[in-house]
Ligand binder design. Structure first.
Ligand SMILES: [Zn+2]
Length: 199
């Protein structure tokens, strides 16, 4: 299989148009052109690794401290999810689980899998891997959902007569993890998946 390097061209990641090397901006859609993003593999690898490190405290430490007349407590994400499930709020519980626990780790595993494919020069199901990357990029744009979920959690806690007095370490870790994941996704160059040519 041929790719843009073997053809002496540069592929636009936005509109898939091929331009001659040396052209800095796509003539079709004005996207900036690089034949490959600088140091894409290493940047994506270290950003993904750092995001994985922050994933742990974001689930382990408390998301917020709450007080009421009778209680004082720290609440982790997982406790928050169980709280909603116990009160029959299955929808809210599921949304928080998806947005805060499942999707973040899924994105990081997908990035690691794609990096592994590049490293091992795998040519297996590359179109599907491209689609997988598009999928996590699209989910990435919904990152605001996480902030929405936190707001929802805080407002429901208020409804129960609790007062949130501070956000815990998990909130900071979670925010850092979300940002690192966005940066890792941005650094990854899908064209790396196609650099190994088929015989
Ligand atoms: Zn273009």
């Amino acid at each position: 299989m041929q790719n843009d390097i073997s053809e002496g061209k540069v592929l636009c990641l936005n509109c898939r148009n091929l331009s001659n090397i040396g052209i800095k901006q796509c003539p079709i859609c004005d996207e900036k052109l690089h034949q490959r993003k600088d140091d894409s593999f290493n940047k994506t690898f270290f950003l993904t690794l750092a995001a994985l490190v922050f994933y742990i405290p974001s689930n382990y430490f408390s998301m917020m401290k709450t007080v009421s007349l009778t209680t004082y407590g720290d609440t982790t994400i997982i406790e928050g999810i169980f709280y909603f499930l116990k009160h029959g709020d299955y929808f809210v519980g599921t949304v928080i689980f998806m947005a805060s626990v499942f999707v973040p780790i899924l994105k990081l595993f997908v990035l690691m899998f794609l990096l592994y494919s590049v490293k091992t020069k795998s040519t297996w199901r590359r179109i599907d891997k491209n689609k997988l990357f598009s999928m996590i990029s699209i989910i990435g744009r919904w990152s605001m959902l996480d902030i929405f979920v936190m707001g929802l959690m805080i407002s429901l806690v208020h409804f129960e007569g609790l007062v949130v007095i501070s956000l815990g370490w998990a909130s900071l870790s979670f925010a850092i993890m979300v940002i690192l994941t966005m940066m890792a996704t941005e650094s990854f160059d899908t064209r790396l998946l196609w650099d190994e040519t088929d015989e």
